[in-house]
Design a protein around this ligand. Structure first.
Ligand code: FAD
Ligand code: SF4
Ligand code: SF4
Length: 478
């Protein structure tokens, strides 16, 4: 029997997260570190919501999730309705509940954050959706009728998948093309298992396939086939290819063996977790075992690298970040998780050179100091004089972020306009690019961002495509 709670309980009920596996145990494997609420805990935690008239949590959720309503329904034990409300605006709530940086989004803006600590929105969203899967409330997104049109989607990451789901519901035949051998994009090959176990993504893939969405894997557009070919096969095409051009460190020694881009390292680790044989892992090139590992960067990718290195059995793992803890772009929760797992953070420190003969042996670094904020409000940094130091490193992982690859060149489509930062330029409402009937969504249009934004863009693009295709058919009839 479900627990039923009245609301506004934040004064009496303390914030509680689901059980978290202790660091000494969890760093021995790659399983997710957070457990799930039981029905009583979910109701108690949901009841802490004060049902704000202007819910800042919702405003700061990129999907505009109707958080107060599904918290109320959870507190009242009306879980099937809670799932209906939550899944109406979010295609993959069980994924967002796990990996959204909630401390920067919904929970970080919950008005009871100050003094009482926020409502645990993400964990409740995950609980609602996991319950829905268990109870059979999650239905295959099948259309009521086929509309005879087809859409080609390039990229099976969260942007492509959320668009596919929405288009399939509207009756389109949906074909997704991806150069990888698995569906999920960075959900599979970027984000580590300890944040998102891969069977969670696989469960969605199976549902989408059951709905009739066709996956064409191991096909790279621009190499094996062209954008033009897809345009001639489909009523519309969506480009959802993500951003993969790693920013490099322009310092001496960056070509030494052992200096590695973050995504190569994480992809190898994820493949090994999935049971693949990865030669560079076997040879030690992309394996941190028994090494002094230094990760450079302060974002979520850097946190994923340090925590993966811990699990691979590194001797010592250090994160070098040029700003301080307050100015770090990564989620504070992930920094805390990394610290608990034994990672050492060297704040206000930046590399000057990688030192070694053929392989990296040390890093020459310098201390930095914060200067005035830039236009975004974030403080800049400058090197301190006479503050150099050396750090032992058998492996240095560069996690400095990603830029967009040159899609117009890769796709042989110079008519595709790009933004000043190199992402595909799209209409803000329809997501259509400068090529009629070609749309773009996710990181390739927005720049390196978050899964929840990719989902939002994919849903918006599906609407844009539907409107455009309908308009085209009306024009043809006239
Ligand atoms: P992607 O997920 O990158 O998917 C793009 C797909 O397109 C890929 O499958 C790729 O193979 C395919 N593709 C590319 N080019 C072609 C081509 N020419 N032909 C065919 N297929 C092609 N966000 C969070 O919200 N929370 C996190 O915890 C988080 N952790 C992250 C950790 C790492 C290491 C990284 C790198 C990113 C992380 N992000 C996180 C960001 C998030 O993963 C991305 O914002 C999101 O995946 C973008 O979705 P997308 O669909 O646009 O692109
Ligand atoms: Fe919060 Fe993300 Fe869920 Fe929105 S989708 S409510 S930001 S966890
Ligand atoms: Fe509830 Fe916090 Fe959202 Fe207000 S801001 S509606 S208290 S979750």
């Amino acid at each position: 029997m479900a627990t039923k709670m009245s609301l506004l309980a934040f004064v009496d009920q303390a914030q509680q997260l689901p059980e978290t596996r202790v660091a000494v145990v969890r760093k021995q494997d790659y399983k997710e570190i957070y457990g799930n609420f039981d029905s009583h805990m979910a109701a108690v935690q949901a009841s802490r919501c004060s049902q704000c008239g202007v819910p800042f949590c919702q405003i700061h959720c990129p999907l505009g999730n109707n958080i107060p309503d599904w918290l109320k329904l959870t507190a009242e034990g009306r879980l099937e309705e809670a799932y209906e409300v939550s899944s109406a605006t979010n295609t993959f709530p069980e994924i967002c509940g796990r990996i959204c940086p909630q401390d920067r989004l919904c929970e970080g803006n919950c008005v009871i954050e100050k003094g009482f600590e926020s409502v645990t929105i993400g964990s409740i969203e995950k609980y609602i959706t996991e319950t829905a899967f268990q109870m059979g409330w999650v239905k295959t997104p099948k259309p009521a009728h086929e509309n005879g049109m087809s859409v080609g989607i390039i990229g099976a990451g969260p942007a492509g998948l959320s668009a596919a789901e929405a288009l399939r519901r509207k009756g389109y035949a949906v074909h997704i093309y991806d150069r990888y051998d698995r569906v999920g994009g960075l959900l599979i090959y970027g984000i580590p298992e300890f944040k998102l176990e891969k069977h969670i993504v696989e469960r969605r893939r199976a549902l989408l396939e059951k709905a009739g969405i066709l996956f064409h894997l191991n096909i790279e557009i621009g190499r094996q086939t062209t954008l033009e070919a897809l345009r001639s096969q489909h009523s519309a095409v969506l480009i959802a290819t993500g951003v993969y051009k790693a920013r490099e460190m322009d310092i001496p020694g960056n070509a030494l063996a052992g200096v590695t881009p973050a995504l190569d390292y994480l992809t190898a680790s994820n493949r090994v977790c999935l049971g693949d044989t990865v030669k560079e892992y076997e040879s030690g090139a992309l394996n941190a075992r028994d090494k002094h590992v230094v990760v450079i960067g302060g974002g979520d990718t850097a946190m994923d690298c340090v925590r993966t290195a811990v699990r691979q059995g590194a001797k010592k793992v250090t994160c070098l970040y040029r700003r301080d803890r307050t100015n770090m772009p990564g989620s504070a929760r992930e920094v805390k998780n990394a610290e608990d797992e034994g990672v050492e953070f060297l704040w206000l420190s930046a590399p000057k050179a990688f030192i070694g003969t053929q392989k990296i042996e040390n890093i020459l670094a310098t201390k930095m100091r914060l200067t005035a904020p830039d236009r975004s409000g974030r403080q800049n940094v400058t090197a301190l004089g006479n503050a150099e130091f050396t750090l032992k490193a058998d492996m240095a992982i560069a996690a400095l972020g990603y830029d967009a690859d040159n899609v117009p060149t890769a796709f042989g489509a110079p008519e595709l306009h790009v933004s000043p930062s190199g992402t595909l330029a799209v209409n803000a409402v329809s997501q259509m690019t400068s090529l009629p009937g070609v749309f773009a969504a996710g990181d390739i249009a927005r720049g390196a961002s978050l899964v929840v934004w990719a989902i939002k863009d994919g849903r918006d693009a599906a609407e844009g495509i539907h409107t455009w295709v309908k308009t085209q058919s009306i024009d043809q009839e006239v």
